[in-house]
Design a protein around this ligand. Sequence first.
Ligand SMILES: C[S@@+](CC[C@H](N)C(=O)[O-])C[C@H]1O[C@@H](n2cnc3c(N)ncnc32)[C@H](O)[C@@H]1O
Length: 273
Amino acid sequence: MKNIVKNTGDVIRSQFGAAAADYATSDVHAKGESLARIVILTEPQPEWRVLDVATGAGHLAAAFAPHVASVVASDITTEMLREAAKLASSRNLTNMKAAMAEAGALPFDDETFDLVCCRLAAHHFPSLERFVSEAYRVLKKRGRFALVDNVSPDRERLPNASDAEIEEVITAYNAFEKLRDPGHGFAPPPGVWMHLVEGQGFSVVAREQFGKELEFASWVERMRCAPNVISQLENILTDGVSDLRTFLQPRRDNGGALHFMLQELLLVAEKPA
Ligand SMILES: C[S@@+](CC[C@H](N)C(=O)[O-])C[C@H]1O[C@@H](n2cnc3c(N)ncnc32)[C@H](O)[C@@H]1O
């Protein structure tokens, strides 16, 4: 298991290290509907201590910082931590500090934080179970866990597909993501997240789902995809498994640029008293 964590971490650090500056300016990360919604639904309080796991360029940590006492913006990629620190300094967020931390082994004491949040990153983690269990451990009683991540399709998205077909699309969707980003682990469907979070002992207090449209060219550019990978991904969108295309809804705009949809799940959950 140790080797899996190390190898995955190395792939991630090299992918995200090279792309850190792009994540600082990416609209999907710096803006995005889920960024404002997660803050509203979490109801942050002025005395809260917050931990943002896999902060990337720090957009979520910076969104919470004006509302709370302190925010630790954590990640395993040094270049991303540098971007997060730059963002904090550019907005004069003196209560936001960057720290190295792996999602499955958080270097913090039990019951330290009032909120543990994580946006658009959990699909990289080697074990979602370990991440949820670590978030639970470092949260105070009645502390909140707030998650946003891309999810696989379920029956709601593909009402006409059989269970076996949905399983196939889940596999095909994750393979599509992994082709673009070798550090991609697994983005489960929403029901699996509910099962993991409630199974850990949290109560879910808010759940929303958003469709977000991505521009194909900048999506592949952020991950520095090679030309042959770009054409394979483009083929999947224009000519791949039909249920996957139903989920991804590819379209060309008037200028011929390719776009497609992903689904983001937002969950806010509370640790019992
Ligand atoms: C897409 S970026 C995060 C975006 C950011 N949370 C936001 O809202 O804009 C994904 C981040 O996950 C980090 N990451 C991946 N695996 C990780 C792990 N096991 N533990 C901590 N951070 C990890 C990467 O280094 C990268 O910075």
